[in-house]
Design a protein around this ligand. Sequence first.
Ligand code: RB5
Length: 144
Amino acid sequence: MLKEKIYIASDHAGFNLKQKICIYLKEKNIIFEDLGTNNAQSCDYPDFAHLLASKINSNCFGILICGTGIGISIAANKHKNIRCALCHEGLSAKLSRQHNDANVLALGGRLIGIEMAINIIENFIQTPFDGDRHIRRIQKIEVD
Ligand code: RB5
């Protein structure tokens, strides 16, 4: 993995997939911290997006999961230090690292299974940023 640590969080709709991903990360000896939610009881995805966003720095990645990945990625991307990519397959995850220097990955717990999630995560955490012209484009993303 390219970073020291992964922070992971979900709402209730992403809880089952999050638990399976945590088992995978543990098996792979990848250092991670689970920020919740801790059960399948209904909760609000922005709370977990904001909590995870507050932990992210240049030494770590984040993984966020809600039902579709849409709400939680929209919330995460409100933070200036976050570039959150919602991915449903591995190539998007790879390109989000190469071209966008994405630091948070969003997944849809109601849309994909653990095998696809692992493929996406591996592409994300193993792919370096390409730099070069993409630096200028990333710098242009921020407004006010
Ligand atoms: C929760 O029912 C669901 O709306 C949420 O997990 C997410 O999919 C929102 O974008």
